[in-house]
Design a binder for this molecule. Structure first.
Ligand code: NCD
Ligand code: ZN
Ligand code: ZN
Length: 401
């Protein structure tokens, strides 16, 4: 099967060029000025074309909480948002902390229409499973309280987990970021640590001003970039997540981190909970995000807050590099044909009714954004086309050794 995507505008060394992309058997076969013959032709209409986003932090809730989301609904929402690969988090029921739970999740994820990978959970007792777990992106370590009860406070246990995993993603809030860095330094651990959802100036400083900063990467979320604690007044529980929204000054520090390279990735931390659950007194923490991440960033581009190369680096290239995902994150010949066509001029409001996530609400509802994905192609297949979703199953990602 071959497809030609013609009239693309894509970034080459930081500048936009008009190109055609020939796809053969799910891979990018040629990026060219010519118009090679293909069985199918898609006209990108001179829109911006970027590699499909790799969202390294989603909670698709399967197994155990499929009333909130599952691999099909979550992946449909992701594809609509221009995300072509997700890495799922382990705080499901049961948690992904055993080899059996990992295999079960692998079986369930086969219904996903975006490519997928798994983060394996850590406990104080599962080091031997961590070492045996096959084809995982990273090990997730919770140092601070959040949804689920995977929390580890013992420094020795944390050090053992860092030692056992090539890459550990850490949920550490506030001073716990400093503790994690100190554990790495004190025990001379060389493995990589990725701090999930860094939300404050202080956390960013702890993560990036130390002598081992090369083995540390920082992720920020759209909600911490585009909302602050003032939004709690109007949104209440619908703006409550872990870590919580911070001050304007913290938000500014995250944007500075994007500008100066201290922020490495943006991930949605898509954490859907039903409206009814959020309306209860003891509501759960988390907000959905896969459908609004790219539109928010494209809107920020239109507002001159960051450039297109930065979006591509933070959402495509760097996640592929940090998690060593094979053949993804770049538009390159030989790479997987995962790509997004985005209309930078399209102006549209975020509307709860349009959302494909099972939770059917967004903290950004009503916000008018300029810049939207209009088509998503995954493994060479058209999966999202201007409001329409096609259920074509995707694949589990592979990692370089
Ligand atoms: C996440 C969830 O609901 O699973 N919640 C959140 O507020 N971010 C868990 C997490 O990422 O900490
Ligand atoms: Zn977390
Ligand atoms: Zn999360």
């Amino acid at each position: 099967m071959s497809t030609l995507i013609k009239n693309c505008r894509l970034l080459i060394k930081g500048k936009l060029f008009a190109k055609n992309i020939l796809i053969k058997n799910g891979k990018i076969a040629k990026i060219t000025n010519k118009e090679p013959k293909a069985e199918k032709v898609i006209d990108a209409k001179s829109n911006f074309v970027l590699p499909g986003l790799i969202d390294a932090h989603v909670h698709f809730r399967e197994p155990g909480m499929t009333h909130k989301e599952d691999f099909l609904s979550g992946s449909m929402a992701a594809a609509k948002g221009g995300i072509t690969t997700i890495l799922d988090m382990p705080n499901t029921i049961p948690p992904t902390t055993t080899l059996d739970a990992l295999e079960e999740k692998r079986r369930l994820a086969a219904k996903s229409i975006v490519n997928y990978g798994f983060n394996f959970g850590s406990t104080t007792e599962n080091i031997s499973d961590i070492k045996k777990a096959k084809n995982i992106a990273a090990v997730k370590l919770y140092m601070s309280y959040t949804t689920g009860d995977l929390i580890i406070r013992d420094f020795e246990a944390i050090s053992d987990i860092f030692k056992a995993s090539r890459t550990t993603i850490v949920h550490a809030e506030d001073d716990f970021v400093r503790d994690a860095v100190e554990i790495l330094i004190k025990n001379k651990i060389r493995n990589h640590v990725h701090f999930a959802h860094v939300s404050s100036e202080k956390e960013l400083q702890y993560a990036k001003s130390n002598k081992i900063k090369k083995q540390i990467s920082v992720e920020v979320t759209p909600h911490h970039l585009f909302m602050d604690s003032k939004d709690l007044q109007s949104l209440g529980a619908f703006a409550e997540m872990k870590p919580g929204l911070k001050t304007e000054r913290d938000q500014k520090a995250l944007w500075e981190g994007i500008a100066n390279g201290n922020v490495d990735t943006i991930a949605s931390d898509h954490a859907p909970h039903l409206k009814e659950e959020k309306e209860k007194a003891n509501y759960p923490f988390g907000v959905p995000g896969v459908e609004t991440m790219l539109p928010l960033l494209l809107d920020a581009f239109n507002n001159k807050k960051l450039d297109l190369s930065a979006i591509q680096k933070l959402c495509c290239e760097n996640p592929a590099k940090i998690f060593r995902i094979k053949n993804k994150g770049f538009l390159k010949e030989g790479y997987d044909a995962d790509l997004v066509i985005a209309d930078l001029e399209k102006r549209q409001a975020v509307r709860n009714d349009d959302l494909l996530t099972k939770c059917k609400w967004s903290p950004f509802e009503g916000k008018i954004l300029k810049g939207w994905p209009v088509m998503t192609i995954i493994n060479g297949n058209l999966v999202y086309d201007d409001g329409e979703i096609f259920d074509v199953k995707a694949k589990e990602v592979q990692y370089a050794r």
